[in-house]
Design a protein around this ligand. Structure first.
Ligand code: GLU
Length: 307
């Protein structure tokens, strides 16, 4: 299959979509990102990459980071982690407090903010403090990509902290239920830094290859998570990876994936490849508008979907 020409066709077809959607503005540092940008990369098992658009330009990965922290925490805690966070879709906005109150401080899944905060808190308990935790998260991402220069944008992290009342409230609420172990302020800061990690679509699609191949990097042979954990991470991405539009994403695209409010989406075709797409204009669910359409075009044109 000629992936390069398929990506080029998609790039042509999504041009009219790039001006649509709305850049995330609840994080002031992200509000100034120019909307009409697009990049898409595909990485195959042997590491060969195909890309279109601004594929080497780094952007804020935001909630896509939740896949990396979930992977790390599952590796450390295994089933124990599920005592603190579930695996069901929430049917509520990603930063909702309501369900958390009803469900005694146990978040529905690791991809809504409350769940991701618990996961980061569990990592801080394991690594000892927020600095070693952040180093562990960065080193995981750097090992996945082979790119030692990957880092977070301190300005974006600070901007999130300045407007972080809702996330702080989620963490405090969980602490009141006994489902939070460390300092709320320190862990929420770490969570914002992880969200502010910057990667390009080339790097993101490379990073996700382990999830397309049962937890093991097909190039280096390094196992990042066991195959049974990779299966579970992919299942949670499919059912919970796109906020309140996870069903729609499964319906239109048909791949496990995770999006972030920076406009990125990373997805995997199990056994074949990983894909990353970026376009900052978001649809009403907070997923990249052009990015979602591009992925739908990709699975339609290639017939590569899990269904
Ligand atoms: N850092 C963002 C927040 O906590 C992540 C949002 C997202 O990408 O879903 O609000």
């Amino acid at each position: 299959m000629n992936y390069q020409s398929i990506l080029e066709e998609i790039y042509e077809e999504i041009q009219p979509e790039m001006s649509k959607g709305k850049v995330a503005d609840y994080i002031p540092a992200l509000a100034s990102v120019e909307k009409e940008q697009f990049a898409m990369s595909v990485t195959l098992a042997d590491g060969v990459q195909y890309s279109v658009g601004e594929a080497s330009k780094r952007f804020s990965i935001q909630s896509i980071s939740k896949v990396f922290t979930f992977s790390l925490a599952l590796k450390i805690y295994s089933k124990e982690l599920y005592k603190r966070v579930g695996v069901e879709p929430s049917g509520n906005p990603f930063n909702s407090l309501v369900q958390l109150e009803y469900e005694n401080g146990i978040p529905r899944n690791p991809f809504i903010n409350a769940g991701a905060l618990v996961v980061t808190d569990a990592l801080v308990s394991h690594y000892g403090d927020e600095y070693t935790t952040l180093e562990a998260i960065l080193s995981f991402v750097r090992r996945l990509t082979g790119e030692p220069g990957i880092c977070f944008d301190a300005g974006v992290a600070r901007s999130e902290m300045d407007h972080g009342d809702r996330n702080l409230a989620l963490a405090h609420l969980m602490k009141s239920f006994g489902n939070y172990e460390n300092s709320v302020k320190a862990t929420v800061k770490t969570y914002f830094k992880q969200c502010a990690i910057e990667m390009s679509t080339e790097e993101l699609s490379r990073a996700f290859l382990y999830l397309a191949f049962g937890g093991k990097d097909p190039i280096s042979g390094e196992e990042f998570v066991s195959s049974s954990k990779a299966k579970r991470i992919n299942a949670v991405m499919l059912t919970c990876g796109h906020y309140d539009a996870s069903g729609e994403f499964a319906f239109h695209v048909g791949l496990p994936g995770k999006s972030g409010v920076g406009g990125g989406i990373a997805a995997v075709v199990p056994g074949e490849m990983s894909i990353a797409v970026w376009s900052p204009g978001l649809n009403r669910y907070g997923n990249s508008h052009a990015g979602t359409i591009a992925l739908e075009l990709f699975t339609d044109k290639t017939g590569r979907s899990i269904f």
